[in-house]
Design a protein around this ligand. Structure first.
Ligand SMILES: [Mg+2]
Length: 235
C-alpha cells in the first residue's frame, strides 16, 4: 500500500501550457469584442495590460484572487466608452467574460495526463488546487477528482496555506499522507512542503532548482509519474 492517500494537483502549466492558452483566449476575445461593438479598440501593449491590472488590484486587493472580477474590470476599462447605458455595458461585459472563459478552457493537455489521472483516480483520492480560474468540470475531467479548490474558494493564492488547509478539511487526510504536485517552485512546492505535505515538482523544461539546497523529487513527463509515486511511497 502506498502511504499516500490523497494527491492534489495544480492545473496551469502542470496539465497544459498556460501561456499559449491565454494568448489565444485573449486574441479571440479581442476580436469578439471588436466584432460585437463594431469598432477598433485600443488594447495597448502587454505592459499596459499588466499596468491596468496592477492598478485595479491596488484599488481592490481582493482582485488578487478574484480573477473573474479582475477580468471583467479589465474588459470595462477598454470598452466602457462605447456604451452610454450602464445596463448595456454590463450585459456586454458578462457576454465578453463568458466568451473569454470558454476560450480559456480550450487547453491542450500534456501527453499522458488524462490516462495517468484515470489510473490514479481508482487508487487515490484526487484533488485540484489552483490559483487560476480553470474549472475541471468545464474540461470534462471533473469526475476524476474528489474536489477542486480555487483561489476564490479560499480568498487567497498559493503558496498561502488556504488551498492546502481546505484540502485537508475536505479529504480528512493528514498532510503527511498527502502528495501535492505542481510546476511552481514557490506556489506549489514550497507552499506545500512548508506544511509537511509531500511534494513533487513537474519540471517540464528541466530547470535547475534555485530556491534552496533541497531540490524536490521531480519529473518532466507524465508517463513517469505513477512509477515515481510507487517507487517513492510504495505501491
Ligand atoms: Mg501552475
Amino acid at each position: 500500500m502506498s502511504r499516500i492517500q490523497l494527491i492534489t494537483f495544480d492545473l496551469d502549466d502542470t496539465f497544459w501550457d498556460i501561456k499559449s492558452t491565454i494568448i489565444n483566449a485573449e486574441m479571440n476575445s479581442r476580436k469578439w469584442s471588436e466584432d460585437r461593438i463594431g469598432e477598433k479598440i485600443e488594447w495597448g501593449t502587454f505592459e499596459d495590460f499588466m499596468q491596468i491590472r496592477g492598478g485595479l488590484v491596488k484599488e481592490d486587493p481582493s482582485l488578487e484572487y478574484d480573477l473573474g472580477m479582475l477580468r471583467k474590470k479589465t474588459i470595462a476599462h477598454h470598452t466602457k466608452k462605447f456604451f452610454k447605458d450602464t445596463k448595456d455595458l454590463n450585459e456586454f461585459i458578462e457576454d465578453a467574460y463568458n466568451f473569454f472563459l470558454e476560450e480559456r478552457h480550450k487547453v491542450t493537455f500534456y501527453d499522458d495526463v488524462l490516462s495517468v489521472l484515470e489510473k490514479l483516480s481508482s487508487e487515490y483520492m484526487l484533488g485540484v488546487l489552483t490559483n487560476g480560474n480553470a474549472d475541471v468540470n468545464k474540461l470534462g475531467i471533473g469526475h476524476l477528482f474528489d474536489f477542486s479548490i480555487s483561489s476564490m474558494d479560499v480568498k487567497s493564492n498559493k503558496p498561502d496555506k488556504g488551498h492546502f488547509v481546505k484540502a485537508r478539511e475536505l479529504s480528512k487526510v493528514d498532510f503527511r499522507d498527502t502528495l501535492h504536485v505542481g510546476d511552481h517552485p514557490v506556489n506549489d512546492v514550497l507552499g506545500a512542503r512548508d506544511l509537511g505535505i509531500n511534494t513533487m515538482w513537474f519540471n517540464l523544461n528541466n530547470l535547475n532548482w534555485e530556491v534552496d539546497k533541497k531540490p524536490p523529487i521531480q519529473f518532466n513527463r507524465w508517463s513517469q509519474f505513477i512509477n515515481l509515486v510507487e517507487s517513492t511511497y510504495g505501491s
